[in-house]
Write a protein that binds this ligand. Structure first.
Ligand code: ATP
Ligand code: MG
Length: 387
């Protein structure tokens, strides 16, 4: 008899042509989540993953594994040999925790190994009767039981009564690749989290204005990326100095257009890196109406320089809802640290709030747009976070 942790992904994930790819990825993500623990074995058996380790670690391990997208639930289980006596012994051990409690139960048998006898209905009945004989306070309720006693018959038998929900979502990588424009603020890490949750593999690009922005400001962004990697696994972070571009804008364009023109350059550069690295979408923390620059005209103007889809998952959320998610994923405290952002360094006194595309394009005629983009990409730094 051995205590193991059972891990279930959504069923769809374990079927179909991509199964092998999915399984390899899932194993990698689980391994990463438990990399700071010692464990004897991580294996897959008929549709579920199992971890074999010192049970004292299971609560902490469960917390770490819960963060892997696509996991539906985690069940601390008892693994026994596949014979009636061992299964009964395992059931007895599992229901010990409910002894003396007045509760109802039902046995759910999942006979994955179809050669096993007795068949499910009979086995459920037998085990139900066994529990009644060997417990105090427990009674059967087949419609609305308080305790579900699961018995999975596979190569071994697995018995469990607790299913701890995962955070859901889809496994990373199942929905393609995206590039998030990651500032040091509250919003963009949350945007990255939300899109990653739907299975998108994330990399990030951050713009700074060094030396006007400090090393500490960049450290902050790295820390934010580090928090994200707890969920999304390792990520690549591209760091781009926007200062030459901001200087060029400052010298050649209207002051009021500084923010929106900078934003258009950010989009162009993100577009360029994304295409080079195989990302199929851009992701931003933009919303509507939150700040002066976030008007539909502003979003249209910044989006017009790329033909990649731009995902803005926060448009449906209020700031309080965004903050709540930031707190849950652990980025909030870091996001509110008061370091300067490249946009605030060159903040115009009265920014245009409803820019016209034709005006912006005319302003940009004074700039060597392609040369500036090219230079910024050539000089960018690349960091691997969280591996
Ligand atoms: P955030 O909290 O994410 O900084 P915000 O509410 O401060 O967002 P803005 O500063 O207008 O909003 O930025 C909107 C979006 O543009 C950000 O969510 C981010 O995706 C992108 N962005 C802004 N500044 C940067 C930057 N320095 N580096 C990378 N992306 C940025
Ligand atoms: Mg910001």
């Amino acid at each position: 008899m051995k205590r193991v942790l059972g891990i279930s992904f959504g069923e769809l994930m374990l079927k179909g042509a991509n199964r092998k790819l999915f399984t390899d990825r899932a194993i990698k993500k689980i391994k990463r989540a438990i990399r700071s623990f010692h464990y004897d074995q991580l294996y897959m058996q008929m549709g579920k993953f199992y971890i074999d380790a010192d049970p004292a670690q299971y609560p902490e391990m469960t917390e770490a594994i819960r963060k892997v997208f696509g996991i539906v639930n985690i069940s601390p289980s008892i693994r026994v040999e596949k014979d009636m006596a061992s299964i009964e012994e395992g059931v007895l051990e599992e229901i010990k925790q409910y002894q003396g409690q007045t509760k109802t139960f039902k046995v759910f048998v999942n006979r994955v190994d179809k050669s096993f006898t007795p068949k499910s209905p009979e086995l459920s009945r037998e085990l139900g009767a066994f529990i009644l004989r060997n417990s105090e306070g427990l009674t059967v309720d087949i419609h609305n039981p308080q305790i579900s006693v699961y018995v999975d018959i596979k190569e071994k038998a697995y018995i469990y009564t607790r299913r701890i929900p995962g955070i859901g979502g889809l496994p990373i990588g199942s929905s393609g690749k995206g590039m998030v424009l990651l500032s040091g603020g509250i919003d963009s890490p949350v945007a990255a989290f939300m899109v990653a949750k739907r299975g998108v593999e994330i990399s990030g690009v951050h713009f700074h204005s060094y030396p006007f922005t400090s090393d500490r400001a960049f450290e902050k962004v790295r820390d934010l990326a580090e928090f994200l990697t707890e969920y999304i696994g390792g990520m690549t972070l591209y760091s781009v100095n926007l200062l030459p571009i901001q200087k060029a804008i400052g010298e050649n364009c209207r002051e009021r257009e500084m923010t929106i023109l900078s934003r258009r350059f950010m989009m162009r550069i993100a577009d360029r890196i994304a295409k080079e690295k195989g990302a199929q979408m851009l992701i931003t923390g933009e919303s509507l109406g939150q700040v002066a620059s976030q008007t539909i005209e502003g979003l249209t103007a910044s989006g017009a320089v790329t033909d990649l889809p731009i995902l803005r998952p926060l448009v449906g959320l209020d700031k309080t809802e965004i903050i709540k998610i930031a707190e849950e994923i652990g980025t909030y405290e870091t996001s509110i640290l008061p370091f300067e952002d490249c946009c605030t360094v060159f903040l115009p006194k009265r920014p245009v709030t409803k820019p016209r595309l034709s005006d912006l394009e005319r302003s940009e005629e004074a700039l060597d747009v392609e040369g500036l983009v090219k230079q910024a990409v050539e000089e960018m730094e690349v960091f691997r976070i969280g591996d």
